[in-house]
Design a protein around this ligand. Structure first.
Ligand SMILES: CNC(=O)c1cccc(C)c1Nc1nc(N2CCN(c3ccccc3Cl)CC2)nc(N2CSC[C@H]2C(=O)NC)n1
Ligand code: NI
Length: 187
């Protein structure tokens, strides 16, 4: 499993590169990323283990964040209502492509955080509220899923990492808490 020391921080050029497409069958290194990245998310979301390993909690981790400039990201978004323990989206998305997106924006009411960005950058990050995402899983199977709200936001944040984009690139410089007026605010 990855630890915080394995996570590359803002300023390292790898976070500003366009990541390479992934070939199938996955190399040993790629398989290892998939396993270790999803494990990181699971452990980071458990209050006891998160504390034990001194992790920052996350719902997404992209390969460039551990120095692997390849188009892969682990995503584990818990369902918003606690008692439903089925995640709202869980998979390692490989060579992801957003095939369609809503005109309407969505943004996290509390702004966004990133495991690779230690400083707190306040402001709304306007993204598409709904997306249709096409990706391959670790077995090379192609999936096409429609996502909205929180899982859609998270996948856009992780896909940004594969294009060398960080969340604060989207924050309005003049007025960080300005968002188009029909933006869906997601809490
Ligand atoms: C500056 N304000 C803020 O950060 C911010 C502040 C308040 C609320 C939100 C909602 C904020 N925003 C934000 N909160 C998260 N977490 C909420 C807590 N959670 C979590 C924590 C503990 C157990 C289980 C879980 Cl699930 C882990 C995930 N994650 C992201 N992002 C942006 S998209 C990728 C994703 C990511 O994984 N970042 C590391 N943003
Ligand atoms: Ni991030």
């Amino acid at each position: 499993m990855y630890l915080m020391k394995d996570i590359v921080r803002d300023g390292d050029p790898v976070l500003r590169k366009r990541a390479a497409k992934v070939e199938f069958p996955l190399s040993k290194e790629d398989q290892e990323f998939a396993k270790r990245a999803m494990k990181y998310l699971e452990v980071s979301q458990d209050p006891v283990l998160c504390e034990k390993y001194k992790l920052r909690a996350g719902v997404g981790l992209a390969a460039p964040q551990v120095g692997i400039s390849k188009q892969m990201a682990a995503v584990l978004v818990p369902s918003l209502d606690e008692d439903d323990d089925k995640p709202s989206f869980k998979d390692v998305i490989i060579n992801p492509v957003i095939v369609s997106e809503s005109v309407q924006y969505g943004a996290l009411t509390e702004g966004e955080g990133c495991l690779s960005v230690d400083k707190d950058v306040p402001g709304y990050v306007p993204r598409h509220d709904r997306i249709t995402l096409r990706y391959q899983d670790v077995n090379g199977e192609t999936h096409q899923v429609r996502l909205k709200n929180y899982p859609a936001i998270v996948c856009q944040h992780e896909i940004d990492h594969l294009h060398g984009v960080l969340f604060y690139d989207h924050i309005n410089k003049e007025d960080p808490f300005k968002a188009p007026d029909d933006t869906i605010m997601i809490s």
